[in-house]
Design a protein around this ligand. Structure first.
Ligand SMILES: [Zn+2]
Length: 154
C-alpha cells in the first residue's frame, strides 16, 4: 500500500446484515489495507450498536445520529440519547444526518429540524473536546460562546 493509510469514513457495520460475519468483514478490510473504519448509526438503536462495535474493536470508531428518513424520530428524548453517546471516546462525529429531498421519506420541515438539532449537538460536542484539551481562558470562552457553545458543556 506504499505506506498509505486507508480509512473507510462511512460504513454501516452496525446493520443487521453484518451480525453474522462482522469479524470476517473486519479481517477482509484489514487484508485489503483498510486500517480504520468509521461506522455510522442511522437510528438510536444502530448508534448504540455502532458504539458497542467501536468499543470492542480498536480499528473501529463510531458516529451517532438519526437518518433524515427517520427525522420524525429525532425528538427531545432521542437527541438526549445521542448526546449521551456522543461523549464516549469512541464516538468521533454526529451523523447520519442531513437532508434527503430526493426520496422525501420524511417531511422536509422535520428533516430540517432534525438536521439543526444534529448540528447543535455537534457544536456542543466540539465544545467538550475543546474543554478537555485546553485551559479555558476568558478569551477562549468568549470565542466558544460566539460559536454557539454552552457553558454546561464544560
Ligand atoms: Zn450511510
Amino acid at each position: 500500500m506504499n505506506g498509505q493509510t486507508l480509512i473507510d469514513s462511512h460504513a454501516h457495520l452496525e446493520m443487521k446484515q453484518f451480525r453474522g460475519d462482522l469479524e470476517r468483514v473486519l479481517e477482509r478490510a484489514h487484508a485489503a489495507g483498510v486500517s480504520h473504519i468509521i461506522t455510522v448509526g442511522s437510528t438510536i438503536a444502530e448508534s448504540r450498536r455502532a458504539l458497542k462495535i467501536a468499543e470492542k474493536y480498536q480499528e473501529v470508531s463510531a458516529v451517532v445520529g438519526i437518518h433524515p428518513h427517520d427525522a420524525d424520530d429525532a425528538d427531545d428524548w432521542a437527541l438526549e440519547e445521542l448526546s449521551k453517546l456522543a461523549v464516549k471516546k469512541q464516538v468521533v462525529g454526529i451523523g447520519e444526518t442531513g437532508l434527503d429531498f430526493f426520496r422525501d421519506r420524511s417531511p422536509r420541515e422535520l428533516q430540517e429540524d432534525s438536521f439543526r438539532r444534529h448540528i447543535d449537538l455537534a457544536k456542543r460536542r466540539i465544545c467538550l473536546w475543546s474543554f478537555t484539551s485546553a485551559t479555558l481562558t476568558k478569551e477562549l470562552w468568549k470565542s466558544l460562546k460566539m460559536k454557539g457553545c454552552r457553558k454546561k458543556a464544560a
